[in-house]
Design a protein around this ligand. Sequence first.
Ligand code: TMP
Length: 207
Amino acid sequence: MGRLITFEGGEGAGKSSQLARLAHRLRGEGRDVVTTREPGGCPFAEALRRLLVQGQPGEMTDKTELLLMLAARIEHVRQVIAPALQRGSWVLCDRFLDSTLAYQGHGRGMDLALLHHWHDWALGPLLPDRTLLLDVPPEIGLQRSGRSHLESRFEQESLAFHQRVREGFHALAAESPGRIRLIDANQSPEQVEQQIGVALGDLFSDA
Ligand code: TMP
């Protein structure tokens, strides 16, 4: 089996560029690497992504949002992540389960036990081997995120929403300190990359 590494954090935390750096490093070491993202990662889930991230905040109910996120994840896992893990690849995924817990759970106020239940129902016992939580205050992240206006449905939410999401991520990291590693992302890209290397160190030694 391969390894599933997920990148999490609020808006503008630099996840995508750190994911690309790690992929470059792992490929340089001769490992087979698959990079992907959520919501999205396969054509079907990318179509759902457009519904989820475009448009206006109030365009769908929280329940619809949750079910579309889950539907996208089911197909993404079935079509991309599970086959890659079976082949022994390292899968680097930009957002996964913890985004659902932080955004739909802590941000929207949906019941966390229910979210865990739906995740298990939809996907079985699939958890990342390691989760890198790139942490940056939302005031800074929202400013530095270079997202196109087209994909800004979540960004248009209030600062209070983004603060709840950040606190949610912190609570998740405190509950699962073995899996989720908190990385201070308010530093230079090189410093963040170095911290990520440390946070993954034990995974390299046995794979
Ligand atoms: P991105 O910032 O990585 O492009 O992700 C798009 C948005 O989707 C981001 O604002 C967070 C949100 N999101 C959720 O609300 N729940 C989820 O489960 C996932 C995967 C993403």
